[in-house]
Ligand binder design. Structure first.
Ligand code: AMP
Length: 426
C-alpha cells in the first residue's frame, strides 16, 4: 500500500516524502481511513509504530480542507502525558504541516508560560498540550477550547497511570460535545475501556500486532552478578564493546544520578533523565543522546516513556523493574523499525522473583551469562528488595500528587514513606 491511496492531500504527501517515508505503517493504514471519514477511533499502538503520523496526517487533512478564514480558534487538541512526548508530537505536527496554511504550538509545564501564551494569542489551529499546563492557562482565561473539532488522547494508558483521569474529565467539559475523538493507547485495560466509553462516540477500533511480538524480535540476555559489582560490570560491558547510544534503566532517580556520575568518572559520556531534572536539562540530555554526544542515557521508567529514539541498539536494565510490564516497555525501545537490538539485564540475587515474573510474562526463560570476576554472591539473600516495592499499577493510578511530570511546578513529588527510602520515582 502507498500513501497516495489513503486519500491524503498533495501537500501532506509532499511532507511525507520529504520525511522519506514510502509505505504507511500498519497503524497508519488502519487508522487514517476512518479518521478521514470523520469517525471516532480507538487505536492500540505503542511508541515506535508510527502512531503519531497515524493521527496527525488525517487531522491536518481535515483541518486544511475546511479552513477558517478570519481568525484562528484552536480547532484541534492533542493531549499527551509527558512534556517530552508533547514536544515530539509537536515536532511531527510542524513537519507534516510544512506545506499547509495551519499554525500549531505546544504547551507544557516547567517552563515560563509567557512565550506559550503569546503564540496562542497570535492564533493557532492545533494545540499540543500536557493536561496540567492546559488547565492552568484555561483557568487564567488565556485560551479557549470552545471551538475544538478534533481531540486526540495520545498514550491514554500512560495518562491514567500518571493520575491524569480527573484532569482529562475537566478538559472534556471545556470542549463542545460535538467533535471527533481519537484515542491511542498501548494497552486496553478495564480503565481505558471505561475512559473510552465516556469520551468516544461509536468508535472504530484499530489494533496492530500485540506488544509481545516486539519481545520475540529482541535479543535478550541476563547477567547474574553480585549487587555491589553491577556498576563495574556495566562500565566494562559498555567500554569493552565500545557501545554507543545505550539506554540504561534504573528504578530510582537517586540510582540514575549515582550511576550517571560513575559513568562520567569512567570517561563514558552520560546523562540522567528523570522527573527531578528541569525541562531544559531533560531536553539537553535527550538531544545529546540523539546526536551521539552522550553515549549513555540513564533513565527511570516514567521519564523514558514516550521518548522518540528510533533504532536504539542497546537497552540495559541496571535493575529489573518490579512491575513486569515495565520490562516489556523498556526493552521495546530497542530493535525498533526492523533494526536489531539487544536488551541486557543485570540481575542480583534479590531480583530473582522479579526475573521469574518477567519470564512468565514474556513466556520464555531468558538466557543467563556470568562474567568472570563479576560472579553473583552465593550468600546473598533472594528476598526481594524492600525499596520502592509497594508501587503498584493501582497506587500509581490513584496518587494524583505522586506525579512530578504534572505541570504544576509548585507540587512536590511524594516520597515513598512506607519504605523509609528517600528515593523518588520517575
Ligand atoms: P511514533 O510511533 O509515532 O513515535 O513513530 C516512530 C518513528 O517512526 C518516528 O521516528 C517516525 O518518524 C517514524 N515513522 C512514522 N511513520 C513512518 C513510515 N510510514 N515509514 C517510516 N518511518 C515512519
Amino acid at each position: 500500500m502507498s500513501f497516495n491511496s489513503l486519500g491524503l492531500s498533495e501537500a501532506l504527501l509532499k511532507a511525507i516524502s520529504k520525511k522519506g517515508y514510502t509505505t504507511p505503517s500498519p497503524i497508519q493504514q488502519k487508522a487514517i481511513p476512518p479518521i478521514l471519514q470523520g469517525k471516532d477511533v480507538l487505536a492500540s499502538a505503542q511508541t515506535g509504530t508510527g502512531k503519531t503520523a497515524g493521527f496527525t496526517l488525517p487531522l491536518l487533512h481535515i483541518l486544511s480542507n475546511n479552513p477558517k478564514a478570519k481568525y484562528r480558534p484552536i480547532r484541534a487538541l492533542i493531549l499527551t502525558p509527558t512534556r517530552e512526548l508533547a514536544a515530539q508530537v509537536y515536532a511531527n505536527v510542524r513537519e507534516y504541516s510544512a506545506f499547509l496554511n495551519l499554525r500549531s504550538t505546544v504547551i507544557f509545564g516547567g517552563v515560563n508560560q509567557k512565550p506559550q501564551v503569546a503564540t496562542i494569542r497570535e492564533g493557532i489551529d492545533i494545540l499540543v498540550a500536557t493536561p496540567g499546563r492546559l488547565i492552568d492557562l484555561e483557568n487564567q482565561g488565556l485560551l479557549s477550547l470552545k471551538r475544538i473539532e478534533i481531540l486526540v488522547l495520545d498514550e491514554a494508558d500512560r495518562m491514567l497511570d500518571m493520575g491524569f483521569l480527573r484532569d482529562i474529565e475537566r478538559i472534556m467539559k471545556l470542549m463542545p460535545s460535538k467533535r471527533q475523538n481519537l484515542m491511542f493507547s498501548a494497552t486496553f485495560s478495564k480503565d481505558i475501556r471505561k475512559l473510552a466509553n465516556g469520551i468516544l462516540n461509536h468508535p472504530v477500533q484499530v489494533e496492530t500486532t500485540p506488544e509481545n511480538s516486539t519481545v520475540d524480535a529482541i535479543s535478550q540476555k541476563v547477567y547474574r552478578v553480585a549487587k555491589g559489582l553491577k556498576t563495574n560490570l556495566i562500565i566494562k560491558l559498555i567500554s569493552d564493546d565500545n557501545w554507543k547510544q545505550v539506554l540504561v534503566f534504573t528504578r530510582t532517580k537517586h540510582g540514575a544520578n549515582k550511576l550517571c556520575k560513575k559513568m562520567v568518572s569512567a570517561n563514558i559520556t552520560a546523562a540522567a533523565i528523570h522527573g527531578n531534572k528541569s525541562q531544559g536539562a531533560r531536553t539537553k540530555a535527550l538531544a545529546g543522546f540523539k546526536n551521539g554526544r552522550v553515549r549513555v542515557l540513564v533513565a527511570t521508567d516514567i521519564a523514558a516513556r514516550g521518548l522518540d529514539i528510533p533504532l536504539l541498539p542497546h537497552v540495559i536494565n541496571f535493575e529489573l523493574p518490579n512491575i513486569s510490564e515495565d520490562y516489556v516497555h523498556r526493552i521495546g525501545r530497542t530493535g525498533r523499525a526492523g533494526a536489531s537490538g539487544e536488551a541486557i539485564s543485570l540481575v542480583s540475587a534479590d531480583e530473582t522473583t522479579y526475573l521469574r515474573d518477567i519470564e512468565k510474562l514474556v513466556g520464555m526463560k531468558l538466557p543467563v551469562e556470568i562474567v568472570e570476576g563479576f560472579e553473583p554472591d552465593p550468600n546473598a539473600s533472594t528476598e526481594p528488595i524492600k525499596q520502592g516495592q509497594n508501587r503498584s499499577r493501582n497506587s500509581r493510578n490513584n496518587k494524583r500528587n505522586s506525579n512530578p511530570n504534572r505541570n504544576n511546578s509548585k507540587r512536590r513529588p511524594s516520597r515513598n514513606n512506607n519504605t523509609g527510602s528517600n528515593d523518588i520515582r520517575n
